[in-house]
Design a protein around this ligand. Structure first.
Ligand SMILES: [Zn+2]
Length: 370
């Protein structure tokens, strides 16, 4: 048998894992589904009923890969298979903290992915452990019931392949049991409040200034805003809202630290690329003022989207808590990016009775907290 993918798929099925075919990527990173803007190249099901069709039946598996030999391999998780998806440096940090607090994860199978690793563990079958995102820890995802993983030697869209970590290969070591603390964390449903917009704090006191400003800088960085604009905002926020403000050198350090991490893909957090562009444009137009007054037509021209799309993006931003929209003089709208809600409030701009917020903005000096 010369097809490595088929061979591996059959091997996994012999270990009683449920297999199904995924789309593949070519050398240019294009997905075999043919969609120009496919948002998960080589990662989504190729069979008609996806995950539900996953099977251990060798005949079916052979049929799939005979038909399309380059399909990536999906393994349905759950029913005893628990995979911890450690995403990038942030995921590694979260895992490190958890292991310090509880205990180290046992040696088990481990797969290297494009930006992190998948740790395979077995779990009790009498518990319903749902797949989750950033629930057990930030950028630590659980693939269990209702989920699947892409396995070696599937091809990644960066042109690399998923590979087993040399010392953690399924042929060499047994699949270890997930520790109790991890299962408990995975089963504890908590309302995730990861969105910065919704947890934005007006005034920052000693003990929370550094972390909050760091997170805000990372968030803005992830939105793709120019670094000097991010710095401008963070310095402004420090001067206006931190009691007492951090020293400039401290702000400089946290900014440098924020930029020492790679930019995370904000689409993962649910913002479409269009919304991201719209938000960035509104944010840039709001610097120094905390808000802006733009027509949909202007936004549409600037970001290269149709007006109807701009409308949808603004709705999405509003829902995600990143943008507040206020009607102004009938048809006009004022946009308040959440990042600026605070300087705007602490500058006493736009309080009731103010007829033209835009002009009062320039006249009001910054309230510098000593
Ligand atoms: Zn695709």
């Amino acid at each position: 048998m010369e097809n490595k993918l088929l061979e591996a798929a059959i091997n996994y099925s012999h270990k009683d894992f449920r297999i199904f075919p995924l789309h593949s990527v070519d050398d240019q990173g294009r997905c075999s589904c043919g969609k120009q803007d496919c948002d998960s190249p080589g990662k989504h099901p190729r069979n008609y009923n996806g995950l539900k069709g996953a099977t251990t039946d060798e005949t079916q598996i052979i049929k799939w890969w005979r038909k399309v030999p380059d399909s990536n391999i999906g393994i349905r998780t759950g029913r005893g298979l628990f995979v911890l998806d450690v995403d990038g440096d942030e995921g590694e940090d979260s895992l490190y903290e958890l292991q310090e607090k509880h205990e180290k994860l046992p040696d088990t199978w481990e797969c290297l992915t494009g930006r992190g690793r998948h740790i395979y563990l077995s779990c009790p079958t009498d518990k319903y452990i749902k797949s989750s995102t950033s629930q057990v820890g930030f950028d630590l995802d659980v693939r269990c019931e209702g989920g699947y993983v892409i396995t070696p030697p599937s091809r990644h869209y960066f042109g690399n392949t998923y590979e087993w970590e040399v010392s953690s290969h399924p042929d060499d070591i047994p699949l270890a049991e997930a520790p109790g603390w991890l299962i408990r964390l995975a089963c504890t449903r908590k309302k995730s409040n990861r969105r910065w917009g919704s947890s934005f704090k007006t005034i920052l006191h000693i003990g929370e200034r550094n972390e909050a400003l760091f997170k805000e800088a990372c968030h803005l960085r992830d939105l793709g805003l120019d670094r000097d604009k991010v710095e401008h905002f963070i310095y402004l926020r420090n001067r206006c809202d931190c009691i007492p403000p951090l020293k400039d050198g401290e702000v400089e350090t946290l900014l440098r630290s924020a930029y020492s991490y790679p930019r995370r893909n904000p689409r993962k957090k649910g913002l479409s690329e269009g919304s991201e562009r719209v938000f960035r444009y509104i944010l840039e137009k709001s610097l120094h003022k905390g808000h802006c007054r733009l027509s949909k037509n202007e936004i549409s021209l600037a970001v290269g989207l149709k007006q109807r799309q701009v409308f949808n993006c603004i709705r999405q931003l509003e829902r995600s808590g990143l943008l507040q929209v206020q009607e102004h003089k009938g048809l006009e709208h004022l946009y308040f990016p959440q990042t600026h809600a605070i300087p705007w409030q602490s500058l006493h701009i736009g309080v009731e009775g103010s007829t033209d917020p835009e002009s009062s903005v320039q006249e009001t000096p910054l309230r510098v907290v000593k």
